[in-house]
Design a protein. Structure first.
Length: 438
């Protein structure tokens, strides 16, 4: 039987949100970060009933904020019936332990909240395994009498005491053992996913990326005509979904939608989802979706590009898709965006006309990278003919009765051409043969 190291929030749990404004930082930006944290809490069904802000020149190592402020937060929480204190920034293990001892309440930081959302939204074995590893690695340095055996101790109430140091060490060892087992499971999943991607190596791959809740799933639904139901909540998608844009195209163009990004996402969390994000790093084109109705959308662009660099996808070609233009009250902004970001597309993912614009851009991108060539295939070589239909765009087809062979005028990517190279007789792009041989 597995140990259950997890948090259990009661319905409509109440929380106090704590933030710190350091010298030189922007108060407006901090307000946005706090609002985002409150949105994350709402996704969990937690109501932020109060805020506590402290201005400081530097953070205190013991409890992050001043001890006087800690007492003030404790009093505020008790007066508002809150049993959860949430910090906007990430806390160290000792800081969490000290704050919980001083307040007698459950203390979470931003990463803890995100992990809880991930845990609730994980559906596949891969996502569940990744989240569980990240959760246990997060909890290990925070395990005290208050942080172990969550389901028995933490049903949304105040902290319960009495867990001895011996039990804490036992729980830590169990957690490490479980991490080790799950990492082996994840490695097996990673190998299986790599095999699946290899089987799709002759197909063109497009990945949708962007800040969480920017409309990626809505765009996916429109481009693939799938029945995926988008949700207006943060991190609604954790598992990578791969679908064909149009099964009639040759070669096929696959579209994937994966987990959204968010500011201050910890490196360990990104690392845990590396298996999921490999679909992004191996794509031929990225559709970078941006919620243009958000006032500081430039921040979201920077966050997404930073994560893409971290996972090795910084050099993958991308096109900016400014979404939710239907929510704008500024008719001039779309023109400003097109001028500031050449090649971008300004859309509403709920508009069929705009979806067609994105689809046509994808087709145009790959057409620019297609090579035109001619092939001759023996009429009785069914395998070669099958390769043509699976991997190439047929411009013209003929038949030479004298030699009993099919004549093709085709277009394909260089990767796809490598699969039919034995029957190529001429190539319009003279550079191709040398590149192919490499």
């Amino acid at each position: 039987m597995e140990d259950n190291f997890e948090l259990v929030f009661s319905s409509q749990e109440k929380a106090i949100v704590v933030s710190v404004l350091l010298a030189g930082e922007s108060g407006d930006r901090l307000e946005e970060e706090i609002s985002e944290l409150e949105s994350l809490l709402r996704t969990l069904g937690v109501q932020a009933v109060g805020r506590a802000l402290q201005k400081r020149h530097k953070l205190t190592p013991n409890c992050y904020i001043g001890t006087g402020k800690v007492q003030e937060i404790k009093d505020l929480a008790q007066s508002l019936g809150a049993k959860l204190i949430v910090f906007d920034r990430n806390l160290s293990g000792p800081q969490v332990r000290n704050l919980e001892e001083m307040t007698g309440m459950l203390v979470l930081d931003r990463t803890g909240v995100i992990l809880e959302i991930f845990s609730r939204h994980a559906r596949t074995n891969q996502a569940k395994t990744q989240v569980e590893i990240a959760r246990l690695e997060y909890l290990l340095p925070r395990m005290t009498g208050a942080w172990t055996h969550f389901q028995r101790q933490r049903g949304g109430g105040a902290l319960q005491r009495g867990m001895g140091e011996k039990q804490i060490e036992i729980d830590r060892r169990r957690a490490r053992d479980r991490i080790s087992r799950m990492q082996k499971q994840l490695e097996q999943i990673r190998k299986e996913k790599a095999t699946q991607r290899k089987s799709r190596s002759n197909e063109l791959k497009v990945a949708i990326v962007g800040y969480t809740n920017s409309g990626k799933t809505t765009l996916m639904k429109g481009l693939t005509k799938s029945q995926v139901a988008p949700k207006d909540e943060l991190f609604a998608t954790l598992d990578t979904s791969v679908k064909t844009i149009d099964p009639r195209t040759r070669p096929k163009i696959l579209l994937s939608d994966t987990v959204g990004f968010i500011r201050n996402l910890s490196h360990s969390l990104i690392e845990s989802f590396r298996t999921t994000l490999e679909e992004v790093s191996e794509a031929d084109l990225l559709l970078h979706v941006v919620d243009v109705s958000y006032a500081h959308y430039e921040d979201h662009i920077k966050v997404t590009n930073s994560v893409l660099t971290d996972i090795g996808a910084g050099e993958v070609p991308q096109v900016l898709i400014f979404n939710k233009v239907d929510r704008l009250n500024d008719p001039i902004l779309p023109r400003i965006l097109r001028s500031a970001y050449p090649g971008c597309i300004v859309i509403s993912a709920e508009s069929e006309k705009d979806i067609l614009k994105v689809r046509d851009h994808i087709y145009s991108f790959f057409k620019k990278n297609l090579v035109t060539f001619k092939m001759e295939v023996p009429a009785d070589n069914q395998a070669a003919q099958s390769l043509v239909y699976r991997n190439c765009i047929i411009i013209e087809k003929g038949f030479d009765e004298g030699r009993n062979c099919l004549l093709y005028h085709l277009q394909a990517t260089r990767v796809s051409m490598a699969k039919v190279r034995n029957w190529i007789v001429s190539v319009d792009d003279e550079l191709f043969p040398r590149e192919l041989d490499e």
